[in-house]
Design a protein around this ligand. Structure first.
Ligand SMILES: C[S@@+](CC[C@H](N)C(=O)[O-])C[C@H]1O[C@@H](n2cnc3c(N)ncnc32)[C@H](O)[C@@H]1O
Length: 313
């Protein structure tokens, strides 16, 4: 089992790594991007990798533990600020990558409960030591809330009837959940298992994936050194929308009343958006289905400008 890194060349190009840089890989996963980052770093460079999944961290330590430039931390990226502060790296990060979602290693491992192709326990937690499993979450959630989750996170058209079917069935494992969804969905989409959307939605809820991204982005911006680069790979429209809005707002600067004339320098933009969002080309999508929905957004931290007080006219 492996995880093929998505948009690897474009990510490396976007991060513009110098030999002596401090780099953060906020989502180690299978370590594909980390490996490519280490190849850019010289002896004086440093790579700090995070993952909330203890199995990913164990893999990181096994694969790169002997490399003095590398350190792996078991943490959620919503804890980025404290993790960097503890290492004296605040405002010192030259390049940072977020490759959101789950890895193929997690998806393809039936005992983790993310997939419906083989039967497994209804778990779906990226860290099995924390929070409710999918089975517990499904037992505790109300039918309306479940329907809302399926609709909002999975864009599931038949959210209401699927939620009802799941609550009635109280599925025992992933195969049972997939069967409940398939039986309740009145139509089929081409090349998509009927349970794809429900599994995605439940996984996002169980791991509070959007809350994590929302909490992490301001900490990432804070952690960057002037001219530091931020690259975020999203695979879901809601996730990408959060990233897009954050980057736009920080590139625009402080909010101000729309009818007030503002001088450019009083806006204090903190980021510059670098280029257009990048996507995988047809060849990459053909080789790696996971790449089909990937969107890479890149930004650069602007050097701090002194805070200007408004002058009287
Ligand atoms: C798409 S994979 C990363 C793949 C990696 N870039 C590679 O090349 O192998 C996402 C990884 O991020 C981790 N992850 C997801 N959300 C996280 C969070 N909030 N904090 C820390 N790690 C997270 C997952 O456990 C998973 O291992």
């Amino acid at each position: 089992m492996t995880h093929t890194p998505v948009l690897q060349e474009k990510v490396i190009e976007a991060l513009k790594i110098n030999a002596s840089d401090v780099v953060v890989d906020a989502t180690y996963g299978g370590g594909g991007h980390s490996r490519a980052i280490l190849a850019q770093l010289g002896a004086g460079g440093r790579l700090l990798a995070l993952d909330r999944d203890p199995e990913a961290v164990a893999r990181a330590r096994r694969d790169f533990g002997g490399d003095a430039r590398f350190d792996a931390v078991h943490a959620k990226f919503s804890q980025l600020g404290p993790v960097l502060r503890a290492r004296g790296l605040e405002r010192r990060v030259d390049a940072m990558l977020f490759d959101l979602g789950i890895s193929s290693l997690q998806l393809d491992e039936p005992r983790r409960g993310f997939g419906f192709r083989a039967d497994g326990p209804l778990d779906m937690r990226m860290n099995r030591g924390e929070g409710q499993s999918a089975a517990e979450w499904l037992a505790n959630v109300g039918e309306r809330e479940l329907a809302r989750t399926l609709r909002d996170f999975g864009e599931e058209r038949f959210a209401g009837r699927i939620a009802r079917a799941i609550k009635r069935r109280r599925p025992a494992g992933t195969a049972d959940l997939a069967a409940a969804v398939a039986e309740a969905a009145p139509t089929r989409e081409r090349s998509k298992h009927p349970a794809t959307r429900a599994f995605l939605a439940i996984r996002i809820a169980v791991n509070d994936e959007l809350g994590e991204v929302r909490a992490a982005l301001p900490q990432a911006l804070e952690a960057l050194a002037p001219r530091g680069r931020l690259a975020v790979l999203s695979f879901h429209s809601l996730e990408d929308r959060l990233v897009k809005r954050f980057l736009r707002e920080e590139a625009r600067g402080d909010p101000h009343p729309p009818d007030m004339p503002v001088r450019e320098e009083s806006l204090h933009p903190r980021l510059k958006i670098v280029g257009k969002p990048r996507r995988a080309d047809a060849a990459e999508v053909a080789a790696n289905r996971r790449a089909r929905s990937a969107v890479l957004r890149v930004a650069e931290k602007l050097p701090e400008t002194s805070v200007k007080t408004p002058t009287a006219h």
